[in-house]
Design a protein. Structure first.
Length: 365
């Protein structure tokens, strides 16, 4: 007999990966409850610059509401805004800038529409797995709540509490990122990337009528705020709003534990060369929802195998791309001069760099 008090999945965190999993699992007839510790989309912790693949994950009509700008090029600088910009471009739109808070709300609403019980301002305090299921304690606005589920899904970010409760190792590395916003409208068709940080970079992203996003990321202790302030001074801007957060790089050896799994930033399913994880996380969430039977813990390994089959090669090659950020500056300038121009590279798939078309161009054939 089915226990009416038992959920199939308890999802911790309702960002893109958590909301997507909740929607997909509910669509498959599973009983899903999902908890977000504050308001959906707050606090803002990452950029909204994504490839056009994002459209596949949006409900009908949502793309037009979320889209702020379209991007067809990137200018790479070995230095600040006064340094030469090496332009990489496509003739068509390759990425879009979206309302990042709005995206989270759209995805959470889609999960609710599919039948998931999405609860905001609910903070998960304890996750206790057992052979029979998972006990989840939650601080709700009106007191403590205890929930039982067959499985728990940790989508609670880079410092995931769920990951620790399941005994899953942390990401290989945690970078620190800082974002800020200038309200001056800018609908330019290119982003600017500045190689001014050891191991990573800074950026400028025009967001149409929403203004301009400036950001920087790198290893903790890399004088990020000082470098960021210098970049802003060189652009002659002062920012109306700032936020910061951790960026996980390098998935742990396993992303599953007893009666549970992690997905998205909690699993470090991110691009090592940009830190972005929205699309990788949602792709992994789809894989998890399709692979896992909440009554059979053995199916957790299906998720593990399938998401790595889909993303591990891209993550590995992305790590190699990132190594170029630490090359000596003369080599960076030389490489950018050689590679600049029209280049058919998908921003989520570094394997596309090695397409026949690109290799012929790079070899002058």
């Amino acid at each position: 007999m089915t226990d009416p008090s038992m959920y199939d999945f308890a999802v911790v965190g309702v960002g893109p990966a958590g909301a997507r999993f909740a929607r997909q699992a509910a669509d498959r007839g599973h009983r899903v409850i999902a908890f977000e510790q504050g308001a959906i989309g707050r606090p803002l912790a990452c950029s909204g610059h994504v490839s056009t693949d994002i459209y596949r994950y949006l409900p009908p009509g949502a793309a037009g509401r979320l889209r702020q700008n379209e991007i067809s090029a990137a200018r790479f600088h070995v230095g600040g805004p006064d340094s030469p910009g090496h332009r990489f471009y496509r003739e068509e739109t390759i990425s879009v800038v979206i309302d990042r808070v709005g995206l989270d709300k759209v995805l959470a609403d889609a999960a609710t529409a599919a039948g998931a019980d999405v609860r905001t301002h609910h903070t998960v305090t304890t996750v206790t797995p057992s052979p029979q299921g998972v006990a989840v304690e939650v601080q709700a606005p009106d007191g403590m709540l205890q929930v039982r589920a067959r499985m728990v899904v940790g989508a609670d970010g880079p410092t995931s509490r769920t990951r620790r409760a399941l005994g899953i190792d942390p990401p290989g590395e945690l970078l620190h990122g800082v974002l800020g916003f200038d309200p001056t409208p800018d609908a330019a068709d290119h982003v600017d990337v500045h190689l001014i940080v050891p191991g990573f970079f800074a950026w400028r992203i025009p967001r149409g009528d929403a203004g301009v996003e400036y950001g920087i990321a790198g290893t903790p202790g890399a004088d990020l705020r000082l470098r960021f302030d210098r970049l802003l001074a060189a652009y002659d801007v002062s920012l109306s709003d700032r936020c910061s957060g951790a960026i996980p790089i390098g998935p742990p050896p396993s992303t599953v534990g007893e009666r549970g799994l992690v997905v998205g930033d909690a699993a470090a399913q991110t691009k090592p060369f940009t830190g972005g994880g929205i699309l990788y996380g949602m792709q992994a969430a789809d894989i998890a929802a399709a692979a896992i039977d909440p009554t059979d813990p053995g199916t957790l390994q299906r998720y593990e195998r399938r998401w790595r089959r889909a993303l591990a090669r891209e993550v590995r090659l992305g790590g190699w791309v990132r190594r170029a950020y630490d090359l000596p500056r003369p080599l960076q300038r030389l490489g950018l001069r050689i590679l600049a121009g029209e280049l058919g590279v998908h921003m989520d798939r570094p394997t596309s760099l090695f397409s026949g078309r690109n290799l012929r161009r790079l070899l002058g054939l």
